[in-house]
Each structure stands twice: as C-alpha cells, then as structure tokens.
Design a protein around this ligand. Structure first.
Ligand SMILES: NC(=O)c1ccc[n+]([C@@H]2O[C@H](COP(=O)([O-])OP(=O)(O)OC[C@H]3O[C@@H](n4cnc5c(N)ncnc54)[C@H](OP(=O)(O)O)[C@@H]3O)[C@@H](O)[C@H]2O)c1
Length: 301
C-alpha cells in the first residue's frame, strides 16, 4: 500500500481537550427554525464532529438577524436540548466591532466574551479566540484579558485567528494562560498558511491550526475563480477514492503535517456526511503536490 498523508486522528486542543479533525462552523448558522438548527448540530455530533466554532459577529450576513445572531441561535439549540452542550468543545471569537473595526483592549475582550457566553446560554467556553489582530493593542493587554477570563472560569483555553506568525509568537511569549490554537484560512485554493510560517509555527510550538473555509467558502464546488486544472485533479482523485470533490479538498487540508482541523461551513447534513469521508481518503505525496501545482497554476521548480 502506498503512503497516505491524510491524518484522521483526533487532535489535541491544549492539554485536556481532544477534538476531531473536522469541525462545524457557525458563520452560516442561520437555519429556518431552532428545531432545524438542533437537528443539524445533533447530526454533526453523530458524525463524530465535536468542535463547534462560533463568533459574535456571525449573523451579520448569510441571512442572519445581525451581530450576535448565530451565538443566540446556538443558545436556543442548547436550551432546546441541553444534552448537546456537553458533547461539544465550544469555541467562539470576539474582537471585531463593525465600524471600528478591531478592539482587543482588555476591557472590550472581557465584556465581549461575557456577552458571548450569555447569548449562547453557557457558563463557559472551551476556546475563546481573538478574531482578528488589533495591531494597536499591546499583547500584554490581550494577555490580561485572557488571564481574567481564565481565572473566573469563563474560558478554559485561548486562540487567535488571522494573526501573522510573528503576532502569534509575541502573544505566546506574553500569555500566562494556555494559548492553544490559531485559525488561518487554509484550503487547496488558499495555500498561504503553509508558506508564511503559520503552520510551521504550529509544529514548532504545538498549537493547533484550525483551518477556516477549507472549501474556499464553496468555490471549490462552484469552481469560481479557481484554476480548471485544480478542479480536474480533485475530481480525478475523487473518482479514484469514490468520494465527493469536497471530501478530497478537506482531505488535502488534513494532509499537512501540522495536524490541521478543518472547520467546514456547510449547513447541509448530506454535504456534512460526504465531507466526513475525507478521513478515509488516501492521498499520496504525488497527489498532494499535484493539487499544489494545479492550485498555483505553475510547476514547482
Ligand atoms: N476566523 C475567520 O476569520 C473565519 C472566516 C471565515 C470562516 N470562518 C470559520 O470557518 C467556517 C467555515 O467557513 P466556510 O463556511 O467559508 O467554509 P467552507 O466549508 O469552505 O464553505 C462552505 C460553503 O460551501 C458550500 N457548499 C456548496 N457545496 C458544498 C458541498 N458539496 N459540500 C460542502 N459545502 C458546500 C456550503 O453550502 P451548503 O450549506 O449549501 O452546503 C457553504 O456555503 C465558518 O463557519 C467559521 O466558523 C472563520
């Protein structure tokens, strides 16, 4: 049997929490009813997904009712079926304020997190992430917010998102409580994280990469703006592996040695089931490099 780069193992989030290689994202969590939303979350958990990624800004688009709406929707799901909360490693984010645009001051982050917990009807979250870097806040101040939230039992662990490797390293050096994850965009159509040091820093420090938009927000399916050669390679592998194109694209994300978690955004249980087949896909090194070259549209030297 030829080598297989795809890692389907559980990922470690900090010292105590294990999460699956595929996570459920709530950016588009704007389903028609609370019962539909509860079915979706329960269906995701039944497929072996246990990390759920939300943010206070989710709800501003995708038909949401505004800032906080996707956290509120998840809160209603937890009230409908309280058993779901205990099966989830719950993550959310704060630090984006439409109009400013970013605020990571200690006062703001602490209040934002308190509001998030209230909206989701939970006592604590496993992971609280700074959504985007506020370059006008010193990392010591972010670290102060983290310590306060951690010491009050509101947050178990912390993460960053859309941080450069240098920004993450600076915060890692100043944080007194566990900083365990970084959330970059990463997919076969967006390879920057494996070239700018983001995924290398994860390997170096042991923090867990949570890849957002692993299907490039659906463009891997529509083909919009992607090289036709990339779609052709994904489809050829999909036929060989007897899975969907989406599953091959997610398998590519799981093939990086940083042991990436792919946060998928589909709100369709059938699509979710197809995607979880990614863990059974066999990708050789030759497959992975064919995908990279097709994505770049040029041969590697
Ligand atoms: N940190 C950040 O700045 C940031 C930014 C963006 C996203 N995120 C996180 O990443 C998560 C995922 O982002 P994303 O929604 O852009 O992810 P994605 O998985 O790349 O794209 C999901 C989109 O693809 C569509 N799609 C079409 N055909 C599909 C198929 N066959 N299988 C699966 N999906 C298909 C989905 O529609 P259907 O629902 O119809 O399947 C959905 O609209 C978000 O929910 C959020 O948690 C974080």
């Amino acid at each position: 049997m030829s080598e297989n780069l795809v890692s389907a193992t559980q990922r470690q989030l900090g010292a105590t929490v294990e999460v699956g290689p595929i996570a459920f994202g709530c950016w588009r969590f704007t389903g028609a009813s609370d019962a539909d939303n509860a079915r979706l979350v329960a269906g995701a958990l039944d497929l072996g997904i246990n990390l759920v990624d939300n943010a206070d800004v989710y709800g501003l688009d995708w038909g949401g009712a505004g800032f906080g709406a996707c956290e509120e929707a998840l809160g209603r799901v937890f009230r409908l079926d309280p058993s779901l909360r205990d099966r989830i490693a719950l993550a959310t984010k704060g630090g984006i304020i439409p109009g400013v645009p970013y605020n990571s001051s200690a006062k703001y982050l602490i209040e934002a997190c308190e509001h998030s917990l209230r909206r989701m009807s939970v006592e604590h979250v496993e992971l609280y992430q700074v959504h985007r870097p506020d370059v006008f806040t010193h990392p010591d101040e972010v670290a102060t917010a983290f310590s306060s939230l951690h010491d009050r039992g509101l947050v178990l662990m912390f993460g960053v998102s859309n941080y450069t490797p240098a920004q993450t390293r600076a915060l890692l050096a100043r944080a007194h409580v566990p900083l365990v994850s970084t959330q970059p965009e990463f997919s076969c159509a967006e390879l920057t994280a494996m070239r700018d040091g983001t995924l290398d820093l994860c390997i170096e420090t042991g923090i867990t990469p949570l890849a957002w938009s692993p299907l490039a927000g659906g463009r891997v399916i529509s083909g919009e703006g992607l090289n036709a050669a990339l779609i052709a390679v994904l489809d050829e592998i999909a036929e060989r592996e007897k899975v969907s194109r989406a599953a091959v694209a997610v398998a590519f994300v799981l093939a990086h040695p940083a042991d990436v978690v792919a946060i998928v955004g589909t709100q369709d249980l059938q699509h979710l089931a197809e995607i979880t087949m990614a863990t059974s896909v066999h990708l050789t090194r030759a497959d992975a490099y064919r995908i990279v070259e097709a994505s770049d549209g040029v041969k590697l030297p």
